[in-house]
Design a protein around this ligand. Structure first.
Ligand code: LLP
Length: 458
């Protein structure tokens, strides 16, 4: 993959982002390190907002926090005028703590707990995106208990299977998310929502999947949803005023990926909704989109330090890095493909083919197979592209590896937005129950009254 236009090579043959030398950055913050080009996140936010505003009279861009969410990210979104989709009490709490305006928060999830619903109603999130009959009833009870009306969207399944990994498809009929259009459940849900006194149904939501590379599935979803809104009006007289088409636009992970651009998708989508509205003489609904990956995905990269190198003659050469499936679960989970370069020898020509392995105790912890690199040595700095979405947010502490830091780069400066976990952080939540605190001096002793007694008797 050619270097993105916003990466440069300096006189030391080091890669730079926003004028920051990545070798110096790695020395300062350590590796693995999640690195974001802050201006690129901002320009993606603006592109979405401006393109929607240009092509559709009333719209809203709602960033999907599951892709990458921290306090700093909430502040950035607020500055850029985006709304926020949260999917758990923890994401909602992050938004609350960041001071994000609650009326611009959309609360998603197929199994929100009573406590999560109570918190969402209490803080007054803008919309709760309800996913099931049970949730309609539970939310109505909670809103009643708090003496409030909850404004909702109902999530429906438009029955579209987008061409993407089956784990990240969601719009087809056999999915745990939403209520089906074709089996009549969505219509039943709408009737129930209208009948419940503490709910105000504002519109519909759908999300057909993720890492979708072409505009057609989105336009198909828009058509299906508009047709459904029309049939809801015909059957019940209800005019739904909001249409949230979810997220899902793909990004470039490797040179082979050619995603449809934001500036190509939005006019097509807007035109589809407008044409359908005219066809059905339906007032233009408010149109919402929930991009996650296409806002932060390409703006993030991960830096690793190369450690052990193992050349197995006639088989392959493994280079191991100091991270792996803990900070990038996508290779193990979806067989995702990535590309990488050496950030400390940026202009050196490729000379060998290697396989990049992580350090987790799993044979499947392989980040990249068959990557062409200059001759690699321990200590080299490997940069993996397009790790800004669903990496930090999906990371784990497997093998008790502390989680990496996150930095934003802008105008020649690096700002820490999440500090690196320490070993102490790893054990901070651990508790030692009383019976395991005793007898530390005598290995093998079990502080259970009976067994100790027996041991003594023997
Ligand atoms: N809205 C809803 C309701 C969603 O479920 C999602 C993603 C989005 C918006 C944002 O989709 P995006 O624009 O980021 O594609 N872990 C997987 C992706 C899971 C996506 C889940 N839902 C991955 O790493 O590819």
């Amino acid at each position: 993959m050619p270097l993105p236009s916003w990466m440069e090579v300096n006189s030391k043959n080091h890669l730079t982002i926003a004028g920051v030398d990545l070798v110096e950055l790695a020395e300062k913050y350590g590796t693995p390190l999640y690195v974001y080009n802050e201006d690129l996140i901002r320009s993606q936010c603006r592109l979405y907002r401006e393109e929607l505003a240009r092509h559709y009279p009333r719209g809203e861009i709602i960033y999907a926090g599951k892709a990458f969410l921290t306090l700093a990210m909430c502040r950035l979104l607020q500055q850029e005028g985006l709304s926020l989709d949260v999917v758990s009490g923890g994401e909602l709490y992050t938004a609350i703590q960041a001071g994000f305006p609650m009326e611009r928060v959309y609360f998603h999830g197929n199994n929100k707990s009573d406590a999560e619903l109570a918190l969402a109603v209490k803080v007054g999130v803008g919309r709760i995106v309800v996913d099931s009959f049970m949730e309609l009833e539970r939310l109505n009870r909670e809103a009643e208990r708090q003496g409030k009306q909850a404004e909702i969207l109902l999530r429906v399944k438009p029955g579209i299977a987008a061409h993407t990994h089956h784990y990240i498809q969601t719009g087809q009929e056999d999915s745990k998310f939403g209520l089906g259009i074709s089996d009549g459940q969505a219509l039943e849900g709408i009737k129930l929502a209208r009948a419940l006194p503490n709910l105000v149904l504002r519109g519909l939501h759908c999300h057909i999947g993720s890492q979708i590379m072409t505009a057609e599935p989105f336009c198909l979803a828009a058509e299906t949803m508009m047709d459904f809104m029309q049939s809801v009006r015909a059957a019940t007289g209800v005019l739904l005023q909001e249409l949230d088409l979810g997220g899902g636009l793909g990004i470039r992970y490797t040179g082979e990926d050619e995603p449809c651009g934001i500036s190509d998708l939005l006019p097509l989508l807007a035109r589809t909704v407008k044409e359908k509205a005219r066809e059905h003489a339906y007032p233009y609904p408010k149109l919402m989109l929930e991009p996650g990956r296409s806002i932060v995905g390409e703006a993030g990269v991960t830096l690793y330090t190369v450690g052990t190198i193992k050349d197995i003659p006639g088989v392959r050469k493994y280079i191991s890095v100091d991270g792996g499936m803990m900070d990038n679960l996508r290779t193990a989970l979806y067989g995702a493909r990535y590309e990488a370069v050496l950030a400390n020898r940026a202009r050196d020509p490729a000379a060998e083919t290697v396989t990049v392995a992580g350090k987790a105790c799993e044979s499947g912890d392989i980040l990249i197979r068959d990557l062409a690199l200059p001759p690699v040595s321990p200590g080299d700095l490997l940069l993996v592209f397009s790790t800004g979405a669903y990496h930090f947010s999906m990371y784990s502490q497997y093998n008790r590896n502390p989680r990496p830091a996150v930095v934003f780069l802008r105008r020649g400066k690096a700002e820490l937005v999440v500090r690196r976990e320490s070993y102490q952080d790893l054990i901070n939540l651990d508790c030692i129950p009383a019976h395991l605190r005793e007898d530390l001096a005598s290995p093998g002793a079990v502080s259970d009254g009976k067994r100790r007694g027996r041991a003594k008797g023997n």
